[in-house]
Design a protein around this ligand. Structure first.
Ligand code: ZN
Ligand code: ZN
Ligand code: ZN
Length: 371
């Protein structure tokens, strides 16, 4: 699905990414990278196999050789059509042959390799058997920031789901199920150009106190707070935003909690600038909520990166000392969750600029009253 709308990148773009990745691997002391189908392969080559199969597909990147994509013979014609195909060599293997021997011939037999987190265990075991003196580390552990810094063309593609919010705030909420409003949101995301809807959270009343609640059968009532959180992929790049609306007039307490989250989100956003550690964004947002007395009710990290997926490094979380770099893109999404009562979350995607941060989302962060 992710590959259904090809991003407008050229073979040169993919060549540069593969060179950068191979260099980063060498700098990290690795003999190379082994990349299975998924977001990294798509980002590095433009190739996303139409179906994930048990047959081995693996991109081999090493600093001292040209990139090689090992593919099943029957999928080679598709792989050859990928936008990055001319920047690599295809090495196909036929059913009945040993794909691990084919791959092993490309590798340093005593090297340590970074391998995609989502590579099948079967394939890793096959490689280990073919080359017993090699060792492996997960790609995310070895190079967590590989895709974190976006170039100008990627930043152009990062989508905002703001138009979906501007429309959903006009639909009736009271008397309808969360799942119905969620279906409206999915329709709106598609109408405004998303090729893939990743999530449409409609968490009303007490359901809003569970950050993992998506949609359910609960009928939304007047007086409910409703957390809306939605996004997906548009032109191969992600969107993700949250706003919390209220059905009818809110109470003073509901207003106060919403104001605290809004201030926390603002504080997190203002902490964004090059050189600042990711954890400082989390700390800035968290401090506002803690000082207001709701610290124990902010039960998740402040943000996550976004790019060819809707959740990826860098993470805005205590303990993450990675400094922010211009071109990084991530959410700032503090929340307060009052068990059995209601929740509030406000989320924008923020890009690190040369001297601060820039919000991708531009809908009001004031509490919106819906019907
Ligand atoms: Zn209420
Ligand atoms: Zn979200
Ligand atoms: Zn998010």
């Amino acid at each position: 699905m992710t590959g259904s709308t090809p991003a407008p990148f050229t073979a040169d773009d993919y060549r540069a990414r593969m060179e950068r990745a191979a260099q980063a691997a060498a700098d990290a002391g690795l003999a190379g990278l082994l990349v299975a189908p998924g977001p990294d392969l798509l980002w590095l080559t433009g190739y996303a196999p139409t179906a994930a199969t048990e047959r081995l597909t693996l991109l081999v990147l090493a600093a001292d050789r040209d990139p090689v994509l090992v593919v099943p013979t029957l999928e080679a014609p598709d792989a050859a059509k990928a936008a990055g195909a001319s920047a690599l060599t295809l090495r196909d293997w036929t059913d009945g042959k040993d794909p691990y021997a084919t791959t092993a011939a490309l590798l340093d037999g005593s090297g340590r390799f970074g391998i995609s987190d989502n590579a099948w265990a079967m394939h890793l075991l096959g490689l280990q058997k073919a080359l017993p003196n090699t060792s492996y580390v997960s790609l995310t552990e070895a190079l967590p920031m590989l895709r974190a810094v976006k170039d100008a063309a990627e930043l152009e593609l990062l989508a905002a789901a703001d138009r979906a919010f501007e429309e959903i705030r006009k639909v009736p909420f009271a008397g309808r199920r969360e799942s119905e409003v969620g279906a409206d949101l999915a329709d709106l995301l598609r109408r405004f150009g998303h090729s893939q809807v990743d999530f449409t959270i409609v968490a009303s009343g007490p359901n809003g106190a569970n950050p993992h609640h998506e949609v359910g059968d609960r009928v939304i009532e007047r007086g409910d707070m409703v957390v809306l959180d939605f996004g997906g992929l548009k032109q191969g790049y992600g969107s993700d935003t949250s706003r919390t609306v209220h059905v009818g007039e809110p109470t003073d307490e509901e207003r106060r909690v919403h104001d605290i989250v809004r201030e926390a989100q603002e504080a997190g956003f203002r902490a964004v600038r090059p050189g600042v550690a990711c954890q400082e964004v989390d700390r800035a947002a968290r401090a506002v909520i803690a000082e207001a007395g709701y610290g124990e009710y902010f039960i998740h990290r402040t943000g996550h990166g976004i790019g060819v997926t809707t959740h990826e490094p860098p993470y805005m979380i205590e303990g993450e000392e990675q400094p922010l770099v211009p071109g990084m893109c991530f959410s700032v999404e503090p929340g307060i969750y009052l068990p059995g009562r209601f929740g509030v979350r406000i989320e924008d995607i923020v890009t690190v600029t040369e001297d601060g941060g820039s919000r991708l989302n531009d809908t009001t962060r004031e509490m919106v009253i819906v019907d």
